[in-house]
Design a protein. Structure first.
Length: 182
């Protein structure tokens, strides 16, 4: 675990507000995510997701008490989103979750990732989670790796050549943060 001190709160980064996701946000969330499905290896999904996938995710996270947040611009709608979902379905994993953060391509570099990470970690702790795991494809997500490291995520392992997208073999980097000593 790192001794790094997280940056100052950024809840108002670039004039954005962090709040819980709502049904009316899901089309924008889908569009942000599908951009990365089409253009990047930050997700291993190869086919765009339908709105129904996001409707189900919102319902599931609400049922399990886990956070699903958006960064909303004053006049630009949803600029990014973040959520935590249980690491695995077995009950023994109930205190561990994987985090996910995506920003609209035109919203990058404005502190929104920091604002979402901070709000997500606070919400995860409030939900009783103890361990947060980041699963990152390292060649496409240097900013995500840097963000996680700034918040004290440490190396937890690497799987080599476990994904193939756009004809390339891809690794997965695991980073982990403990929220409590529980």
């Amino acid at each position: 675990m790192s001794d790094a001190t997280p940056p100052e709160p950024a809840g108002a980064a670039a004039g954005a507000r962090i709040r819980p996701a709502r049904t009316e946000d899901l089309a924008a969330i889908r569009d942000i995510y599908n951009h990365f499905v089409r253009t990047s290896t930050v997700t291993f999904d190869e086919e765009e997701t339908a709105l129904a996938v996001w409707e189900h995710k919102l319902e599931l996270l609400a049922e399990t008490g886990l956070p699903f947040l958006v960064a909303e611009g004053a006049d630009a709608g949803v600029l990014g989103f973040a959520y935590a979902q249980h690491w695995r379905a077995k009950s023994a994993y109930r205190f561990s979750a994987e985090d996910t953060i995506y920003l609209s391509p035109d919203a990058a570099g404005r502190g929104l990732g920091t604002a979402l990470m901070e709000a997500l970690l606070d919400a995860c702790a409030a939900a009783g989670l103890r361990e947060i795991i980041a699963v990152i494809e390292p060649t496409a997500a240097a900013a995500s790796i840097a963000l996680h490291r700034r918040y004290g995520f440490g190396d937890a392992g690497r799987l080599r050549n476990v994904g193939v997208k756009f004809g390339r073999s891809l690794d997965v980097l695991f980073l982990q943060k403990s929220l409590s000593s529980g």
